[in-house]
Design a protein around this ligand. Structure first.
Ligand SMILES: O=C(CO)[C@H](O)[C@H](O)COP(=O)(O)O
Ligand SMILES: [Co+2]
Length: 224
């Protein structure tokens, strides 16, 4: 199954002093989904935003899907709060949950779409036995914790491997890439099998969000 390509700006690189406006502008510029990075200063060495901010974006009027990337440990106790706050997708790292099948089920029972996230060095064996519970697989192409890092080329081979696993499974699972994505590498990333592209600094670091999103789509179109 072939999914539409989604561009997912990471609000980690947005101007937090005017976050609602930033999200409105990036969606108006053609983004498909809002990537929401949650860091706890424990699982990763940085501290960002929680359910209150997600709820505030919904109250502000954001109707696009919100893609909550949990970089926290433990995972389970924060899941219902994010579901109530309006999360659409909730993804988590297997290292943050002792019982990954239970956490995936919890996310789905809360009414959200569920996904697993793989750090560059995390083996794909965590996919075994849970493919039927996944709506998304997120591959990190940087080590998590900060925006603005460079794309690790090892992610391309891993993307191809996961693309094959998804296609062989027959399930409709989105394949998302996160870290160092920009206009220069998005074509190769798409060719390797991704259909959901997180980009933080590459979008919010530019003055014209529509121009960079259009450029990303044009680069993707070149690879078909
Ligand atoms: O999860 C993340 C970091 O842990 C961010 O989503 C990611 O780094 C996006 O930022 P950039 O596109 O600037 O690399
Ligand atoms: Co992220």
């Amino acid at each position: 199954m072939k999914n539409e390509n989604w561009i997912a700006p990471s609000i980690l690189s947005a101007n937090f002093a005017k976050l609602g406006e930033e999200v409105d502008n990036v969606l108006k510029a053609g983004a498909d989904i809002v990537h929401f990075d949650v860091m706890d200063n424990h699982f990763v060495p940085n501290l960002t935003i929680g359910p209150l901010v997600c709820e505030a974006l919904r109250k502000h009027g954001v109707t696009a899907p919100i893609d909550v990337h949990l970089m926290v440990e433990p995972v389970d106790r924060i899941v219902p709060d994010f579901a109530k706050a309006g999360a659409s997708y909730i993804t988590f790292h297997p290292e943050g949950s002792v019982h990954i099948d239970r956490t995936l089920q919890l996310i789905k029972d809360c009414g959200c779409k569920a996904g697993l996230v793989f750090n560059p060095g995390t083996p794909l064996s965590h996919l075994d036995y849970v493919m039927d519970k996944l709506d998304m697989i997120l591959l990190m192409s940087v080590n998590p914790g900060f925006g603005g890092q460079s794309f690790l080329p090892s992610a391309l081979g891993k993307l191809r491997e996961v693309r094959k696993r998804i296609d062989d499974s027959g399930f409709n699972i989105r394949l998302e890439i996160d870290g160092g994505v920009n206009g220069a590498n998005i074509g190769a990333i798409k060719a390797a099998g991704a259909d959901t592209f997180v980009a933080g600094s590459a979008i919010f670091g530019k003055p014209d969000y529509k121009a960079i999103i259009d450029e990303m789509r044009a680069e993707m179109a070149k690879v078909g």
